[in-house]
Design a protein around this ligand. Sequence first.
Ligand code: CP
Length: 309
Amino acid sequence: MSELSVNHLLGIKYLNESDIQLIFETADHFKEVINRSIKKVPSLRDITIANIFFENSTRTKLSFELAEKRLSADVLNFSASQSSVKKGETLIDTVNNILSMKVDMVVMRHPNPGAGIFLAKHVKASIINAGDGAHEHPTQALLDSFSIREKLGDVAGKNVVIVGDILHSRVALSNIFALKLQGANVKVCGPKTLIPKYVESLGVGVEMDLRKALEWCDVANMLRIQNERLDISYFPTTREYTQQFGVNKRLLDSLDKEIVIMHPGPINRGVEITSDVADSKQSIILNQVENGVAVRMAVIYLLASKIKQ
Ligand code: CP
């Protein structure tokens, strides 16, 4: 198979295992390209991509923009806070106006779950979901699995624990779908109030004790508390959260093996992870960010190949 089974990247839920392997093989090639002295390829000179962000972002926004530029695409950047959305323009009107300028692909981050799915049904462009509320963040999960594969050789058979605010995390849901599809064993760990009831139906184990979770895993993916999505208090205090679910060097050093530490960012240092762990040799946090460019180049390139047909 040399093409994706989908025309949009709306969520990992819509991909199959072959799609993921194709994205990774393509990303392997682009990772080699971006480490050359000339980091650019002319592949998408005839493609125009709009990045439309209705929510704040550092890594995803910059990474998509760089990936597009490395592929020689023309790039438009749209920030909702400085746009006519503030004057009441709807999402569909906004995007149709952008598309009338001959844009081929839209990368969108939006606070509402399903915003990308909605857009894909109503506009004529390839849509990439760059995070939709607490629903999915597919390119984050792809770069996370790509980074595990790079570090440990394979994702299949690895034990991965996702720690923290699972309930409000699009990173958690996309990672669960991606890891299960590739044959990893997945557990979640966090306060009971932040573990969704349906999680076990996805084939995921629940471990409330962080030490036991870390003893079990090969990889721990630490998530921040999504304060912007918390309408009520889900745990008594941040200090108590850190005592029960924060990873520190002392805890890691007391395990009888060396595990891999991941974090999608942004980090709240001293809450879910201490600096001596985030900056340690066990951490692959900045490798994840580096891999994000190659993985996003692969996703854009493969979806653009379908537009050109
Ligand atoms: N991991 C991630 O999505 O980070 P940003 O919110 O900074 O894009």
